[in-house]
Ligand binder design. Structure first.
Ligand code: PLP
Length: 402
Protein backbone atom coordinates (compact mmCIF):
# COMPACT_ATOMS: atom_id res chain seq x y z
CA UNK A 1 0.00 0.00 0.00
CA UNK A 2 1.27 3.49 -0.79
CA UNK A 3 1.54 5.87 2.08
CA UNK A 4 -1.03 8.67 2.14
CA UNK A 5 0.90 10.51 4.82
CA UNK A 6 2.26 13.23 2.51
CA UNK A 7 -0.90 13.88 0.53
CA UNK A 8 -2.09 17.45 1.13
CA UNK A 9 -5.67 17.60 2.23
CA UNK A 10 -7.89 18.79 -0.58
CA UNK A 11 -5.42 18.17 -3.41
CA UNK A 12 -7.77 15.59 -4.88
CA UNK A 13 -9.98 18.50 -5.92
CA UNK A 14 -7.37 19.66 -8.45
CA UNK A 15 -7.74 18.09 -11.90
CA UNK A 16 -5.22 15.40 -12.77
CA UNK A 17 -3.10 16.26 -15.82
CA UNK A 18 -4.27 14.20 -18.78
CA UNK A 19 -1.89 11.25 -19.35
CA UNK A 20 0.35 11.77 -22.37
CA UNK A 21 0.45 9.09 -25.07
CA UNK A 22 2.73 8.64 -28.08
CA UNK A 23 -0.18 6.91 -29.83
CA UNK A 24 -3.49 8.62 -30.38
CA UNK A 25 -7.02 7.35 -29.78
CA UNK A 26 -8.84 6.10 -32.88
CA UNK A 27 -12.20 7.32 -31.61
CA UNK A 28 -12.80 11.05 -31.07
CA UNK A 29 -12.42 11.77 -27.35
CA UNK A 30 -15.58 12.95 -25.59
CA UNK A 31 -14.70 16.41 -24.29
CA UNK A 32 -17.20 17.27 -21.58
CA UNK A 33 -15.33 20.28 -20.22
CA UNK A 34 -17.48 23.39 -19.99
CA UNK A 35 -14.49 25.63 -19.57
CA UNK A 36 -10.92 25.65 -20.85
CA UNK A 37 -7.91 26.94 -18.89
CA UNK A 38 -5.73 29.27 -20.93
CA UNK A 39 -1.97 29.47 -20.53
CA UNK A 40 -1.95 33.22 -19.74
CA UNK A 41 -4.01 36.38 -20.26
CA UNK A 42 -1.94 37.02 -23.40
CA UNK A 43 -2.82 33.67 -24.90
CA UNK A 44 -6.50 34.08 -23.98
CA UNK A 45 -6.44 37.45 -25.69
CA UNK A 46 -4.87 35.86 -28.77
CA UNK A 47 -7.58 33.18 -28.81
CA UNK A 48 -10.43 35.71 -28.64
CA UNK A 49 -8.79 37.70 -31.43
CA UNK A 50 -8.42 34.59 -33.59
CA UNK A 51 -4.59 34.60 -33.61
CA UNK A 52 -4.50 31.34 -31.65
CA UNK A 53 -6.89 28.41 -32.10
CA UNK A 54 -8.42 27.42 -28.80
CA UNK A 55 -11.62 26.90 -26.87
CA UNK A 56 -12.69 29.08 -23.94
CA UNK A 57 -16.25 28.21 -22.93
CA UNK A 58 -18.37 25.36 -24.28
CA UNK A 59 -21.42 27.52 -25.04
CA UNK A 60 -19.26 29.32 -27.58
CA UNK A 61 -17.88 26.12 -29.10
CA UNK A 62 -16.32 22.79 -28.22
CA UNK A 63 -14.35 20.11 -30.07
CA UNK A 64 -17.12 17.48 -30.32
CA UNK A 65 -19.43 20.00 -32.01
CA UNK A 66 -16.67 21.11 -34.38
CA UNK A 67 -15.73 17.56 -35.39
CA UNK A 68 -19.37 16.77 -36.17
CA UNK A 69 -19.96 20.06 -37.99
CA UNK A 70 -16.86 19.46 -40.13
CA UNK A 71 -18.18 16.08 -41.23
CA UNK A 72 -21.62 17.42 -42.18
CA UNK A 73 -19.92 20.33 -43.97
CA UNK A 74 -18.12 17.79 -46.15
CA UNK A 75 -21.35 15.94 -46.88
CA UNK A 76 -23.16 19.16 -47.82
CA UNK A 77 -20.28 20.85 -49.63
CA UNK A 78 -20.50 23.59 -46.97
CA UNK A 79 -17.97 25.61 -45.02
CA UNK A 80 -18.15 26.73 -41.40
CA UNK A 81 -21.48 25.04 -40.56
CA UNK A 82 -22.46 24.96 -36.89
CA UNK A 83 -24.04 22.28 -34.74
CA UNK A 84 -26.87 23.32 -32.42
CA UNK A 85 -28.81 21.73 -29.58
CA UNK A 86 -31.71 20.57 -31.81
CA UNK A 87 -33.10 20.87 -35.31
CA UNK A 88 -35.39 23.63 -34.04
CA UNK A 89 -32.37 25.44 -32.59
CA UNK A 90 -30.92 25.35 -36.11
CA UNK A 91 -34.10 26.91 -37.55
CA UNK A 92 -33.97 29.38 -34.64
CA UNK A 93 -30.41 30.62 -35.26
CA UNK A 94 -31.22 31.25 -38.90
CA UNK A 95 -34.17 33.43 -37.87
CA UNK A 96 -32.50 35.14 -34.92
CA UNK A 97 -29.16 35.59 -36.63
CA UNK A 98 -30.34 36.85 -40.01
CA UNK A 99 -33.63 38.69 -39.52
CA UNK A 100 -34.68 41.97 -37.94
CA UNK A 101 -38.06 43.39 -36.95
CA UNK A 102 -39.79 44.64 -40.11
CA UNK A 103 -38.41 41.83 -42.29
CA UNK A 104 -40.70 39.42 -44.10
CA UNK A 105 -40.31 35.65 -44.47
CA UNK A 106 -42.00 33.27 -46.89
CA UNK A 107 -42.30 29.66 -45.76
CA UNK A 108 -43.74 26.57 -47.34
CA UNK A 109 -47.19 25.81 -45.91
CA UNK A 110 -46.10 22.18 -45.48
CA UNK A 111 -43.08 22.77 -43.23
CA UNK A 112 -42.43 20.69 -40.11
CA UNK A 113 -45.09 21.50 -37.48
CA UNK A 114 -42.88 23.37 -35.00
CA UNK A 115 -41.31 25.40 -37.80
CA UNK A 116 -44.80 26.31 -38.97
CA UNK A 117 -45.61 27.44 -35.44
CA UNK A 118 -42.45 29.56 -35.34
CA UNK A 119 -43.48 31.25 -38.58
CA UNK A 120 -47.16 31.60 -37.72
CA UNK A 121 -46.84 32.76 -34.11
CA UNK A 122 -43.35 33.37 -32.77
CA UNK A 123 -41.80 35.50 -35.53
CA UNK A 124 -44.86 37.78 -35.94
CA UNK A 125 -44.77 38.43 -32.14
CA UNK A 126 -41.28 39.82 -32.70
CA UNK A 127 -42.22 42.04 -35.60
CA UNK A 128 -41.22 39.70 -38.42
CA UNK A 129 -44.10 39.13 -40.79
CA UNK A 130 -44.55 35.79 -42.51
CA UNK A 131 -46.56 34.19 -45.30
CA UNK A 132 -47.04 30.46 -45.77
CA UNK A 133 -47.34 29.37 -49.37
CA UNK A 134 -47.59 26.19 -51.47
CA UNK A 135 -43.94 25.41 -52.28
CA UNK A 136 -44.82 22.93 -55.02
CA UNK A 137 -45.68 26.09 -57.01
CA UNK A 138 -42.76 28.51 -57.51
CA UNK A 139 -45.24 31.06 -58.93
CA UNK A 140 -47.11 31.14 -55.60
CA UNK A 141 -43.83 31.87 -53.80
CA UNK A 142 -43.03 34.64 -56.28
CA UNK A 143 -46.44 36.26 -55.76
CA UNK A 144 -45.84 36.42 -52.00
CA UNK A 145 -42.57 38.37 -52.33
CA UNK A 146 -42.60 41.92 -50.89
CA UNK A 147 -39.88 44.55 -50.88
CA UNK A 148 -38.98 43.56 -47.30
CA UNK A 149 -38.81 39.79 -47.96
CA UNK A 150 -35.46 38.57 -46.62
CA UNK A 151 -35.81 34.80 -46.48
CA UNK A 152 -37.64 31.90 -48.14
CA UNK A 153 -37.70 28.67 -46.13
CA UNK A 154 -38.67 25.35 -47.68
CA UNK A 155 -38.23 21.61 -47.18
CA UNK A 156 -37.55 19.55 -50.29
CA UNK A 157 -40.01 16.84 -49.30
CA UNK A 158 -42.91 17.70 -47.03
CA UNK A 159 -43.93 15.85 -43.91
CA UNK A 160 -46.08 13.73 -43.79
CA UNK A 161 -47.66 14.37 -47.17
CA UNK A 162 -44.38 13.66 -49.04
CA UNK A 163 -44.94 16.38 -51.65
CA UNK A 164 -41.86 17.67 -53.50
CA UNK A 165 -41.21 21.43 -53.62
CA UNK A 166 -40.34 23.18 -56.89
CA UNK A 167 -36.83 23.71 -55.55
CA UNK A 168 -35.22 24.67 -58.87
CA UNK A 169 -37.93 27.24 -59.65
CA UNK A 170 -37.82 28.73 -56.16
CA UNK A 171 -34.00 28.88 -56.17
CA UNK A 172 -34.08 30.77 -59.48
CA UNK A 173 -36.62 33.30 -58.19
CA UNK A 174 -34.80 33.78 -54.87
CA UNK A 175 -31.55 34.33 -56.71
CA UNK A 176 -33.06 36.83 -59.20
CA UNK A 177 -34.69 38.80 -56.38
CA UNK A 178 -31.68 38.72 -54.05
CA UNK A 179 -33.55 36.86 -51.29
CA UNK A 180 -31.87 34.18 -49.20
CA UNK A 181 -33.17 30.65 -49.79
CA UNK A 182 -32.98 28.35 -46.74
CA UNK A 183 -33.58 24.65 -47.27
CA UNK A 184 -34.28 22.22 -44.44
CA UNK A 185 -32.64 19.09 -45.85
CA UNK A 186 -33.59 16.75 -42.98
CA UNK A 187 -35.79 14.43 -45.00
CA UNK A 188 -33.74 14.30 -48.17
CA UNK A 189 -30.29 14.22 -46.48
CA UNK A 190 -27.11 15.17 -48.39
CA UNK A 191 -27.12 11.67 -49.85
CA UNK A 192 -30.32 12.48 -51.73
CA UNK A 193 -29.84 16.18 -52.39
CA UNK A 194 -27.25 18.93 -51.79
CA UNK A 195 -29.06 22.29 -51.55
CA UNK A 196 -25.94 24.45 -52.08
CA UNK A 197 -25.52 22.90 -55.54
CA UNK A 198 -28.90 24.27 -56.65
CA UNK A 199 -28.18 27.75 -55.28
CA UNK A 200 -29.50 27.61 -51.70
CA UNK A 201 -27.96 30.12 -49.29
CA UNK A 202 -28.68 28.29 -46.05
CA UNK A 203 -28.88 24.56 -45.27
CA UNK A 204 -30.58 23.29 -42.12
CA UNK A 205 -30.72 19.79 -40.62
CA UNK A 206 -32.29 18.06 -37.72
CA UNK A 207 -29.29 15.77 -37.06
CA UNK A 208 -31.59 14.00 -34.61
CA UNK A 209 -33.09 12.14 -37.55
CA UNK A 210 -31.27 10.16 -40.25
CA UNK A 211 -27.81 11.66 -39.83
CA UNK A 212 -27.39 10.56 -36.19
CA UNK A 213 -29.77 7.72 -36.90
CA UNK A 214 -30.24 6.02 -33.54
CA UNK A 215 -32.85 8.17 -31.73
CA UNK A 216 -30.46 8.88 -28.88
CA UNK A 217 -29.15 12.39 -29.67
CA UNK A 218 -31.09 15.64 -30.25
CA UNK A 219 -29.08 18.01 -32.48
CA UNK A 220 -29.30 20.41 -35.41
CA UNK A 221 -27.00 21.88 -38.04
CA UNK A 222 -27.05 25.16 -39.94
CA UNK A 223 -24.65 26.35 -42.65
CA UNK A 224 -24.58 29.48 -44.80
CA UNK A 225 -22.95 30.28 -48.10
CA UNK A 226 -22.12 33.87 -47.07
CA UNK A 227 -19.38 34.22 -44.39
CA UNK A 228 -21.22 37.20 -42.85
CA UNK A 229 -24.33 35.02 -42.40
CA UNK A 230 -22.19 32.28 -40.81
CA UNK A 231 -20.77 34.77 -38.34
CA UNK A 232 -24.23 36.17 -37.49
CA UNK A 233 -25.62 32.67 -36.90
CA UNK A 234 -22.67 31.64 -34.71
CA UNK A 235 -23.12 34.77 -32.59
CA UNK A 236 -26.86 34.10 -32.24
CA UNK A 237 -26.13 30.49 -31.23
CA UNK A 238 -23.69 31.57 -28.48
CA UNK A 239 -25.88 34.45 -27.28
CA UNK A 240 -29.18 32.57 -27.16
CA UNK A 241 -27.48 29.43 -25.85
CA UNK A 242 -28.34 26.90 -28.55
CA UNK A 243 -25.25 24.91 -27.58
CA UNK A 244 -25.24 21.18 -28.30
CA UNK A 245 -24.22 18.66 -25.65
CA UNK A 246 -20.75 17.19 -26.29
CA UNK A 247 -22.10 13.71 -25.57
CA UNK A 248 -24.87 14.09 -28.15
CA UNK A 249 -22.27 15.30 -30.68
CA UNK A 250 -20.09 12.32 -29.86
CA UNK A 251 -23.02 9.93 -30.34
CA UNK A 252 -24.03 11.62 -33.60
CA UNK A 253 -20.49 11.41 -34.97
CA UNK A 254 -20.53 7.72 -34.25
CA UNK A 255 -23.92 7.36 -35.95
CA UNK A 256 -22.78 9.37 -38.95
CA UNK A 257 -20.09 6.82 -39.77
CA UNK A 258 -22.76 4.36 -40.91
CA UNK A 259 -25.08 6.93 -42.44
CA UNK A 260 -24.42 6.00 -46.07
CA UNK A 261 -25.00 2.31 -45.42
CA UNK A 262 -28.14 2.97 -43.40
CA UNK A 263 -29.49 5.34 -46.03
CA UNK A 264 -28.99 2.92 -48.92
CA UNK A 265 -30.58 0.01 -47.11
CA UNK A 266 -33.48 2.03 -45.69
CA UNK A 267 -34.25 3.64 -49.08
CA UNK A 268 -34.24 0.24 -50.81
CA UNK A 269 -36.55 -1.08 -48.09
CA UNK A 270 -38.86 1.93 -48.49
CA UNK A 271 -39.19 1.35 -52.24
CA UNK A 272 -39.97 -2.34 -51.70
CA UNK A 273 -42.40 -1.65 -48.84
CA UNK A 274 -44.22 1.02 -50.87
CA UNK A 275 -44.80 -1.48 -53.69
CA UNK A 276 -45.84 -4.16 -51.22
CA UNK A 277 -48.38 -1.87 -49.52
CA UNK A 278 -49.79 -0.75 -52.87
CA UNK A 279 -50.64 -4.39 -53.63
CA UNK A 280 -52.54 -5.03 -50.38
CA UNK A 281 -56.35 -5.05 -50.19
CA UNK A 282 -57.45 -2.37 -47.76
CA UNK A 283 -54.74 0.14 -48.72
CA UNK A 284 -56.32 3.12 -50.47
CA UNK A 285 -53.13 4.85 -51.56
CA UNK A 286 -49.39 4.82 -51.07
CA UNK A 287 -47.35 8.03 -51.22
CA UNK A 288 -43.70 7.45 -52.15
CA UNK A 289 -41.87 9.75 -54.59
CA UNK A 290 -40.10 6.79 -56.22
CA UNK A 291 -43.41 5.38 -57.48
CA UNK A 292 -44.63 6.41 -60.89
CA UNK A 293 -48.10 7.16 -59.42
CA UNK A 294 -46.70 9.89 -57.13
CA UNK A 295 -47.89 13.34 -58.26
CA UNK A 296 -44.34 14.75 -58.05
CA UNK A 297 -42.48 11.68 -59.34
CA UNK A 298 -40.89 13.47 -62.31
CA UNK A 299 -39.77 16.45 -60.20
CA UNK A 300 -38.42 14.16 -57.49
CA UNK A 301 -36.41 12.21 -60.04
CA UNK A 302 -34.94 15.44 -61.40
CA UNK A 303 -33.88 16.53 -57.92
CA UNK A 304 -32.73 13.33 -56.24
CA UNK A 305 -32.06 10.91 -59.11
CA UNK A 306 -33.06 7.50 -57.79
CA UNK A 307 -32.49 8.45 -54.13
CA UNK A 308 -36.10 8.76 -53.09
CA UNK A 309 -35.37 8.26 -49.41
CA UNK A 310 -36.76 6.23 -46.58
CA UNK A 311 -40.05 8.05 -45.91
CA UNK A 312 -43.43 6.94 -47.20
CA UNK A 313 -47.04 7.42 -46.26
CA UNK A 314 -50.09 5.28 -46.86
CA UNK A 315 -53.80 5.41 -46.18
CA UNK A 316 -55.94 2.49 -45.14
CA UNK A 317 -59.68 2.05 -45.23
CA UNK A 318 -61.46 1.78 -41.92
CA UNK A 319 -60.86 5.13 -40.24
CA UNK A 320 -59.75 5.34 -36.57
CA UNK A 321 -60.92 1.80 -35.74
CA UNK A 322 -58.84 0.43 -38.57
CA UNK A 323 -55.87 2.57 -37.53
CA UNK A 324 -56.02 1.26 -33.95
CA UNK A 325 -56.21 -2.32 -35.20
CA UNK A 326 -53.26 -1.83 -37.54
CA UNK A 327 -51.01 -0.45 -34.78
CA UNK A 328 -52.05 -3.17 -32.32
CA UNK A 329 -51.33 -5.89 -34.87
CA UNK A 330 -47.69 -4.73 -35.15
CA UNK A 331 -46.64 -4.64 -31.46
CA UNK A 332 -42.91 -4.85 -32.14
CA UNK A 333 -42.85 -1.92 -34.53
CA UNK A 334 -42.52 1.33 -32.53
CA UNK A 335 -45.57 3.54 -32.95
CA UNK A 336 -43.67 6.75 -32.30
CA UNK A 337 -43.73 10.16 -33.94
CA UNK A 338 -40.10 10.46 -34.98
CA UNK A 339 -38.18 9.56 -38.10
CA UNK A 340 -34.77 8.46 -39.23
CA UNK A 341 -34.14 5.80 -36.60
CA UNK A 342 -32.08 2.78 -37.60
CA UNK A 343 -35.29 0.74 -37.19
CA UNK A 344 -38.68 1.39 -38.77
CA UNK A 345 -41.12 3.62 -36.90
CA UNK A 346 -44.75 4.36 -37.62
CA UNK A 347 -46.64 7.55 -36.92
CA UNK A 348 -50.28 8.63 -37.17
CA UNK A 349 -50.28 12.34 -38.04
CA UNK A 350 -53.98 12.89 -37.19
CA UNK A 351 -53.29 12.15 -33.50
CA UNK A 352 -49.73 13.51 -33.31
CA UNK A 353 -48.05 16.09 -35.59
CA UNK A 354 -51.34 17.32 -37.10
CA UNK A 355 -53.66 17.02 -34.10
CA UNK A 356 -53.77 20.80 -33.77
CA UNK A 357 -55.52 21.16 -37.14
CA UNK A 358 -59.26 20.88 -37.66
CA UNK A 359 -60.57 17.71 -39.37
CA UNK A 360 -61.36 19.89 -42.41
CA UNK A 361 -57.79 21.26 -42.55
CA UNK A 362 -56.44 17.74 -42.22
CA UNK A 363 -58.77 16.46 -44.93
CA UNK A 364 -57.53 19.22 -47.22
CA UNK A 365 -54.00 17.85 -46.80
CA UNK A 366 -55.08 14.22 -47.21
CA UNK A 367 -54.33 13.47 -43.54
CA UNK A 368 -57.31 11.25 -42.68
CA UNK A 369 -57.77 8.93 -39.68
CA UNK A 370 -56.48 6.08 -41.84
CA UNK A 371 -53.32 7.95 -42.89
CA UNK A 372 -49.93 6.73 -41.59
CA UNK A 373 -46.37 7.85 -42.12
CA UNK A 374 -43.58 5.29 -42.08
CA UNK A 375 -39.92 6.03 -41.46
CA UNK A 376 -38.41 2.90 -42.94
CA UNK A 377 -35.34 1.41 -41.25
CA UNK A 378 -32.72 -1.15 -42.12
CA UNK A 379 -34.49 -4.36 -41.04
CA UNK A 380 -34.65 -7.36 -43.30
CA UNK A 381 -37.44 -6.49 -45.77
CA UNK A 382 -39.33 -9.77 -45.21
CA UNK A 383 -39.88 -8.80 -41.58
CA UNK A 384 -41.41 -5.48 -42.63
CA UNK A 385 -43.66 -6.80 -45.39
CA UNK A 386 -44.91 -9.52 -43.02
CA UNK A 387 -45.70 -7.02 -40.25
CA UNK A 388 -47.45 -4.56 -42.55
CA UNK A 389 -49.49 -7.33 -44.21
CA UNK A 390 -50.67 -8.39 -40.75
CA UNK A 391 -51.43 -4.78 -39.78
CA UNK A 392 -53.47 -4.02 -42.91
CA UNK A 393 -55.37 -7.31 -42.60
CA UNK A 394 -56.24 -6.49 -38.97
CA UNK A 395 -57.43 -3.02 -40.02
CA UNK A 396 -59.67 -4.52 -42.68
CA UNK A 397 -61.19 -6.94 -40.19
CA UNK A 398 -61.77 -4.19 -37.58
CA UNK A 399 -62.74 -1.06 -39.37
CA UNK A 400 -65.94 0.04 -41.04
CA UNK A 401 -65.35 0.87 -44.71
CA UNK A 402 -64.95 4.61 -45.23
N1 PLP B 1 -37.03 19.91 -39.50
C1 PLP B 1 -37.68 18.79 -39.87
C2 PLP B 1 -37.95 18.56 -41.32
C3 PLP B 1 -38.09 17.86 -38.92
O1 PLP B 1 -38.76 16.76 -39.30
C4 PLP B 1 -37.82 18.13 -37.54
C5 PLP B 1 -38.25 17.20 -36.50
O2 PLP B 1 -38.95 16.23 -36.74
C6 PLP B 1 -37.16 19.30 -37.21
C7 PLP B 1 -36.75 20.18 -38.21
C8 PLP B 1 -36.84 19.64 -35.78
O3 PLP B 1 -35.79 18.84 -35.34
P1 PLP B 1 -35.53 18.53 -33.79
O4 PLP B 1 -36.61 17.59 -33.35
O5 PLP B 1 -34.16 17.92 -33.78
O6 PLP B 1 -35.59 19.83 -33.07
Amino acid sequence: MTSRKNERPGSIVRRTPWPGSASRPVVSPLQASVVYAAESPDSLDAQYEGRLQGYAYAREGHPNADVLAGKIDRMEGAEGGIVLGSGMAAVGVVMLGLLDAGDHVIGSDLLYGRTLRMLREDLPRRGIRTDLVDATDAGAIESAIRPETKLILIEVVSNPTIRVADVAGIARIAHERGIRLAIDNTFTTPRGFRPFEIGADIVIHSITKLLAGHSDATLGYAAARDPADREAMAIAAATWGFTPSPFDCWLAERGLHTFDLRYERAAANAAALADHLAGLDGVRRVVYPGRADHPDHARATELVGDRYGNMLSFEIEGGRAGANALVRAMPELPFAPTLGDVGTTLSHPATSSHRGLSPEQRAGMGVSEGFFRVSVGVEEIGLLTGEFSAGVAAARAAGPAL
